[in-house]
Write a protein that binds this ligand. Structure first.
Ligand SMILES: C[S@@+](CC[C@H](N)C(=O)[O-])C[C@H]1O[C@@H](n2cnc3c(N)ncnc32)[C@H](O)[C@@H]1O
Length: 237
């Protein structure tokens, strides 16, 4: 996916028509030098808020929601996603899940203590409309928990394949400023991660999930490799 295609309806329906590409991408990640997983950090931020009710937008396969409920089964958690295939996956994990675009959620004002948007705000066509919608469904004092990637995310892999780092509308570098347009208190924690590939085919398969051309131009290599990923976990109230 090129930066210009990150938000288009056609690209979204191709990219997320099934869970395959997302599952391939999720499978390569491990902790970086600090030994911290951004998914664990995001989950801890949600748990620390001790919510009674949570909404997640762009929930993908539903694994994050499932992991929160496994720790706190009493939480009233609703997972949403634009993709019917993702919602089906979340439902199969035993979640309450509905198809909904981030900027038009089928919930009353002030319904939730916490909202989660993990690695998805770079996809929404109108970022401010989605953030207004999240603000609307959160109770006063409620918290938005966000994960996103920095400009350096897998930049070395992209460059080796002849591409450029992916600069989205919601990189770690701009996320605080964007969230501050709708929330008065924003925190940001940067976390370096690592993507591990057993061989060239695994790295090419990863690239192919968003850019088939890059998967073809990645020069061959023999030994396992890992590449730095750059992520940020943000909270906004
Ligand atoms: C990169 S995936 C992240 C999924 C999941 N949050 C995770 O961390 O694994 C982005 C998800 O956002 C969803 N999505 C894209 N545009 C959306 C929109 N406008 N409203 C709601 N969901 C959207 C996609 O269908 C996809 O499941």
């Amino acid at each position: 996916m090129q930066p210009s295609e990150m938000t288009t309806p056609d690209a979204m329906s191709t990219q997320y028509s099934s869970t395959d590409r997302l599952t391939t991408r999720r499978s390569v990640w491990g902790p970086g030098p600090e030994g911290v997983s951004p998914v664990d950090a995001l989950r801890q931020a949600v748990l620390d808020a001790d919510p009674a009710a949570v909404v997640e937008i762009g929930c993908g396969t539903g694994h994050f929601a499932r992991s929160v409920l496994d720790v706190r089964p009493g939480v009233d958690y609703v997972a949403t996603d634009l993709s019917p295939a993702m919602v089906a996956s979340a439902t199969a994990l035993g979640l309450a899940a509905v198809v909904a675009p981030a900027d038009d959620l089928p919930f009353a004002d002030a319904s939730f203590d916490v909202a989660v948007a993990a690695w998805m705000l770079y996809h929404v066509p109108d970022l401010d409309a989605a953030l207004r919608e999240l603000r609307r469904v959160l109770r006063p004092g409620g918290m938005l928990a966000v994960a996103t990637n920095g400009v350096g995310h897998l930049a070395d892999l992209q460059r080796e394949a002849g591409g450029e780092p992916l600069v989205t509308q919601f990189t770690s570098e701009v996320a605080e400023a964007v969230l501050s347009r709708h929330f008065s208190h924003v925190t940001r924690r940067d976390i370096e991660t690592r993507a591990f590939f057993d061989d060239h085919a695994a790295a090419a398969a990863y690239l192919a999930t968003f850019d088939v051309e890059l998967s073809r131009t990645l020069p061959p290599f023999d030994a396992p490799r890992s590449y730095a990923g750059s992520t940020a976990i943000l909270t906004a109230r």
